[in-house]
Design a protein around this ligand. Structure first.
Ligand SMILES: [Zn+2]
Length: 346
C-alpha cells in the first residue's frame, strides 16, 4: 500500500483525501518512480471540481508534475535504469496517430495528462510510460525539478513554437504570479524580449521586476490596462500577448497587441466564453493561437535552454503531502507567487 492524495467524488476542498491505496502495477513499457516532490497546478483544482464533465475511475490520484527516483522498470524500458533521478512529461500521447507522427504530441487525438487521464503524482509511487520519463536537470533541487515541467513546457510552446518570439520583441503577460505566467517571464527574458506584466498586487509586481520584468501594471489601480500598454510601447502595442486568464483579459489583448501581432492562449482561470471584435481581428491582421502543453521536441528544447542558462522555477512554498488542502487553498485564492511544491518524501 502507498500514501496518495485522492478524490472519491468531485467537489470543493473537503473532497481532497489522503488515503492508503494499492501500489501501481506497471507494464513492460512503463517505469515506476518513487516520487520525491510534486508541483501543484491549476489543473489539480479543475480535476477535483470535475470540470468538463469528467468521468474518472475513483479513487482518482491528483497531481501532474513530479521529480523522483526510478524504483522499477518494465522489461522493454531502455532509456532509464533503477536509481536514476528523473522528472516526468505529464503529457500523454498515443505515439501513432497522424498528429503524433508529425511530432505534435500535444495535438494527439487521444491527448491526456498525468493526473487527469491516469493516476497522478501526489502519491509515493507513480507508474508512467517510459517515453514520459526524462533526466532531472542537475542544477535543480528535487523540489524545483518536481514543479516546473508543466508550466515551463506550456510557456515554451506558447512563446517559442506558437508565437515564434524573436529577440527585441515586446511581450505582455497577464496575471504574473501563476506558474505559466512566471515561466513565460523567465523564458521571455532569456530569449531577449522586453516584457510587460500585470497583477493586482504591487508586491507581486515588485518581485516580477526583480526577476526581470521591464514594465509592471497594477490592473486594480490602472483604469485602462491596454492604454497603459500603448503608452509603454509609444502607441504601437506589443508583439505578443501571453494569456492564461481568458474572458477577463480577452478584450484587453485585442487593444494591447500591435497590428499583425499575436495573442496566445493556453488556458482560462476566468470564463471560457469571451466576445471577440472581429473587425479588430481582420483589420489589424491579428493572429490568435491556442496552445496546449508541448511536444516531446518542445520539451527537449526547453530542457536544453533551461539547463544551459541554469534557470530555475520560482518556488512560492513547499509543504508536506499532509498539508495539501492549505496549499490548494493558497492557489485557489491566487495568493501564490510561483510554484507550490508538495513534498511527498522528505
Ligand atoms: Zn497520437
Amino acid at each position: 500500500m502507498m500514501k496518495a492524495v485522492v478524490i472519491q467524488e468531485h467537489g470543493e476542498l473537503d473532497k481532497l483525501r489522503i488515503d492508503k491505496i494499492p501500489e501501481p502495477k506497471y507494464s513492460e513499457d512503463e517505469v515506476v518512480i518513487k516520487i520525491h516532490s510534486a508541483g501543484l497546478n491549476h489543473l489539480d483544482i479543475w480535476v477535483r471540481k470535475g470540470r468538463s464533465n469528467l468521468n474518472l475511475p475513483k479513487p482518482h490520484i491528483l497531481g501532474s508534475d513530479a521529480a523522483g527516483i526510478v524504483a522499477a522498470i518494465g522489461s522493454n524500458v531502455r532509456n532509464v535504469t533503477v536509481g536514476d533521478e528523473v522528472i516526468i512529461n505529464p503529457g500523454l500521447s498515443c505515439g501513432c496517430c497522424e498528429f503524433c507522427n508529425r511530432g505534435e504530441h500535444s495535438e494527439c487525438i487521444s491527448f491526456g495528462i498525468v493526473g487527469l487521464s491516469r493516476p497522478g503524482t501526489f502519491a509515493e509511487l507513480l507508474a508512467v510510460p517510459s517515453r514520459n520519463v526524462w533526466p532531472k536537470p542537475s542544477h535543480m533541487s528535487f523540489n524545483e525539478a518536481g514543479a516546473f515541467v508543466l508550466a515551463y513546457l506550456t510557456a515554451w510552446r506558447m512563446l517559442m513554437t506558437r508565437a515564434q518570439l524573436k529577440p527585441g520583441q515586446t511581450v505582455l503577460i497577464h496575471g504574473i504570479g501563476g506558474g505559466v505566467a512566471l515561466s513565460a517571464l523567465q523564458l521571455g527574458k532569456l530569449a531577449g524580449a522586453e516584457v510587460i506584466v500585470t497583477s493586482s498586487s504591487d508586491e507581486k509586481l515588485e518581485r516580477a521586476g526583480q526577476i526581470g520584468a521591464d514594465h509592471t501594471i497594477n490592473y486594480r489601480t490602472v483604469e485602462d490596462v491596454a492604454q497603459k500598454v500603448k503608452d509603454i510601447t509609444s502607441g504601437r502595442g506589443v508583439d505578443i500577448v501571453i494569456d492564461t486568464v481568458g474572458a477577463a483579459t480577452w478584450p484587453i489583448d485585442f487593444s494591447a497587441v500591435r497590428r499583425g501581432g499575436k495573442i496566445v492562449l493556453c488556458g482560462v482561470t476566468s470564463d471560457a466564453q469571451a466576445v471577440t471584435n472581429l473587425q479588430t481581428l481582420y483589420w489589424n491582421q491579428l493572429t490568435i493561437l491556442g496552445s496546449t502543453m508541448g511536444s516531446q521536441e518542445d520539451l527537449r528544447q526547453m530542457l536544453k535552454a533551461v539547463t544551459k542558462a541554469k534557470l530555475k522555477p520560482i518556488i512560492d512554498s513547499a509543504v508536506k503531502l499532509e498539508n495539501i488542502k492549505d496549499a490548494t487553498e493558497r492557489m485557489e485564492t491566487g495568493e501564490q507567487f510561483g510554484k507550490i511544491v508538495i513534498e511527498v518524501y522528505r
